[in-house]
Design a protein around this ligand. Structure first.
Ligand code: 4AD
Length: 429
């Protein structure tokens, strides 16, 4: 008898194995109990046939309740009508930990109930599939950046600097001094490019978002990348290739998971670089034609993002935004009118997933902006130093992990893409 996992079960055809996992579903008919067992690596049907087991084991098969942990021993058999599908013909069962009255059942539960039980909801099949895809997206990002010569630089979580405006800061008391939870590690990466050229970070970031939308979390994961001697065009090329790499890895490894999620893979299969590029003015003109009343001075709302891409197979980079609605650190065009930046808008209504820009590399101009934005020159002196000692043209971007995972999975609400979501009205469990 050998020990194995469900994902390896094909190597054990016609052998006896013991699987350790949880009972995720069951039904009975006369002399048969059909169990669905989950062990983390996958799901398998286990057949408990009265004539194959002792009376005690058959009774146990009847009594054990959903989500109990169990050890199941049996013969691995290939499904007679579905080659490549395996089931376990059970010989013995051991109850490890019982699970009376498991609160999540087959009936529909509302989102609040499920979020209150997130610690258990994570076991459900769709949630299981989403977290597996999240894992692949994370690994794909690391893989792509390592291949492109980026060095991982871990940026701090506690910081005196507001990177993305002062309205969404989480303030903490740092030994009687105010400090903030980071909104993005970008500013620190800008310092590290002078040591390493191409760098990235990947970690949790925090924004006190007061809006309750399906695209906003207050704690989410972001990968920031930063490159020395880089133009906006090179920056966008890296981004589109990164997205194609992520989609390729998800398609390679997760056909089954996408099926569980009822996610049509076709839109992901069609992704290829280059993506669509348009300026903010062009995007606004197209949106006005499509019926939106967005103005030339305004940011796109979620509905605008969906409207803009509804007839497109490829994501859209919106470049050259009015300078006043973008961050202080962004470089501007020669007429000082537009920020040299780009937001990447995913297709299928998944909205903005990347924000990036060329950075202001001139000391005096940056100092002026810091003052205009009423940020503390003292707290930003270290950042200004990066423009004093060997400043270079440079740029970078930040990709939101949860929005990217949501898009890959076809999951409309971002709260399902992170194990334990933090939102305006939720920080438990
Ligand atoms: O566009 P953002 O604010 O860009 C920055 O923070 C830059 N400092 C990044 C950089 O250039 N290094 O955020 C980047 C991405 C967004 O495109 C979005 O995917 C995600 O982070 N994001 C959020 N995701 C979930 N919940 C929120 N509240 C988010 N805010 C931004």
């Amino acid at each position: 008898m050998s020990k194995t996992t469900i994902s390896q079960i094909h190597d054990h055809k016609d052998q006896e194995v013991t699987l350790k996992g949880w009972l995720s579903n069951k039904r009975s008919s006369g002399k048969l109990h059909f169990w669905e067992l989950r062990d983390g690596s996958g799901f398998i049907q286990c057949i408990i046939y009265q004539d194959n087991v002792s009376a005690d084991v058959f009774e146990l098969g009847n009594k054990i309740t959903l989500e109990s942990s169990v050890e199941v021993t049996g013969m691995v058999a290939e499904h007679p009508k579905k080659p490549g599908n395996f089931e376990l013909q059970v010989k013995n069962l051991v109850l490890v930990g019982d699970s009376p009255d498991y609160p999540i059942g087959k009936k529909e539960h509302g989102p609040d109930f499920l979020l209150d039980h997130r610690h258990l909801w994570l076991r459900s099949k769709k949630q299981w599939a989403i977290q597996r895809i999240r894992n692949t997206v994370i690994n794909a990002i690391f893989e792509y950046l390592n291949n492109e010569g980026f060095i991982k630089i871990d940026t701090p979580i506690i910081t005196p600097n507001a990177c993305e405006g002062t309205t969404t800061l989480f303030e903490i008391d740092y030994f009687d001094n105010p400090a903030y939870l980071t909104q993005s590690g970008q500013l620190y990466l800008e310092a590290a490019i002078a040591a390493h050229g191409r760098v990235f970070d990947f970690g949790p970031v925090f924004r006190a978002e007061k809006s309750k939308t399906r695209r906003h979390l207050t704690e989410f994961w972001m990968m920031d990348a930063e490159m020395a001697f880089c133009t906006l065009e090179e920056n966008l090329e890296i981004q589109e290739n990164l997205i194609c790499h992520i989609a390729k890895k998800v398609l390679e490894k997760h056909r089954g998971d996408l099926e569980i999620l009822e996610r049509d893979p076709a839109p992901l299969e069609k992704l290829k670089a280059p993506f669509i590029h348009m300026t903010h003015s062009e995007a606004v003109a197209e949106l006005n034609k499509k019926g939106s009343d967005i103005k030339i001075t305004e940011d796109l709302g979620g509905d605008d993002e969906t409207l803009l891409t509804e007839d497109k197979d490829l994501p859209v980079f919106i470049t050259h935004w009015p300078k006043d609605i973008k961050s202080f650190y962004m470089k501007r065009d020669e007429n000082d009118k537009y920020a040299l930046c780009a937001d990447l808008i995913a297709i299928e209504g998944f909205g903005e997933i990347i924000g990036g820009s060329q950075r202001e590399d001139d000391y005096d101009e940056l100092l002026k902006r810091i003052k205009e934005h009423k940020l503390s020159v003292e707290d930003f002196q270290w950042y200004l130093d990066t423009r004093k000692y060997g400043s270079t043209p440079h740029g970078g971007f930040g990709i939101g992990l949860e929005r990217t995972v949501g898009w890959m999975c076809g999951t409309k609400h971002i709260r399902e893409t992170i194990p334990f979501p933090r939102m305006l009205n939720r920080m438990r469990p």
